[in-house]
Design a protein around this ligand. Structure first.
Ligand code: ADP
Ligand code: MG
Length: 246
């Protein structure tokens, strides 16, 4: 479903991604781990063109992009492509002046030009799915952090993306709220949603990941099943990292 080849990203002379090759198959969950500053967020942002890679290629469904110094991306194509990718950030990304329902409806009404009745029906369905049907008329600041993240997931699902991207979706949450967010992600995995998740939740990774990627200094140092990466990595850096966080 998603194919990345030789992806590079540099800011000026600072190379942040240094030749990433990655395949994400339909219906699988890929977990990205690695030290702070290793390029995890940048890689995720490149996957939906929030950041434009300096070099390499990216293919998602019918969209293929080749990046390079002369690269000029067509804005319309980028917009269409970005609707195929749903993004869930660390936190504080809901519109504060809109109700929970309006937050989820926004993309359907503004981007899809759906009529409000249809958009409302779909938003209600998605909020039901993340266990927040009763909260439709609340505002973000009336919700817990975990509930806000679940609204974020419902909103990301609204445009029927081919893939959901999460950047540390639980790291800003109090520990007791982490589980409810991970449970929604686990359910989506069970339903065959394709997901790429940057997270430090190793228990979740073990249980849900089809593939674990370890990123270090803009390169993939290790990849494979959770069993392989967590128990059999030959890389000293990977083993050290894992022993520190688990
Ligand atoms: P991670 O998510 O793994 O912590 P990031 O992808 O956020 O890592 O960042 C990787 C590196 O890229 C860091 O050294 C960071 O300082 C640098 N970086 C990220 N965004 C920018 C930017 N907009 N301009 C310059 N450097 C950046
Ligand atoms: Mg990050």
């Amino acid at each position: 479903m998603l194919t990345i080849r030789n992806l590079h990203k540099a800011y000026g002379h600072t190379v942040v991604l240094n030749g990433i090759d990655l395949d994400v198959h339909r219906g699988t969950t890929t977990i990205i781990i690695g030290p702070s500053g290793s390029g995890k967020s940048t890689l995720l942002n490149c996957m939906n063109l929030l950041e434009v890679p300096s070099e390499g290629s990216l293919q998602l469904g019918a969209y293929t992009f080749q990046f390079g110094p002369q690269q000029l991306l067509d804005a319309k194509t980028v917009r269409a492509f970005r609707q195929k990718t749903g993004m869930v950030f660390q936190g504080h990304h809901l519109f504060p002046h809109m109700s929970v329902l309006e937050n989820v409806m926004e993309g359907l009404v503004i981007v899809r030009k759906q009529n409000k009745a249809d958009a409302r029906k779909k938003a209600e369905h998605l909020l039901e799915k993340v266990g927040l049907r009763r909260f439709v008329d609340k505002y973000p600041d009336q919700l817990s952090g975990g509930q806000q993240q679940r609204v974020g997931i419902a909103r990301a699902l609204a445009l029927d993306p081919d893939i959901l991207l999460y950047d540390e979706p639980t790291s800003a949450l109090d520990p007791e709220l982490v589980g409810e967010v991970l449970n929604v992600m686990k359910e989506l995995a069970g339903e065959g949603m394709t997901q790429v998740v940057v997270t430090h939740e190793m228990h979740f990774a073990r249980e849900v990941a089809d593939q674990v990627i370890f990123l270090d200094q803009g390169r993939i140092l290790e990849r494979g099943t959770p069993a392989h990466v967590f128990a059999q990595s030959r890389s000293e850096r990977v083993r050290q990292f894992l022993s520190r966080i688990s």
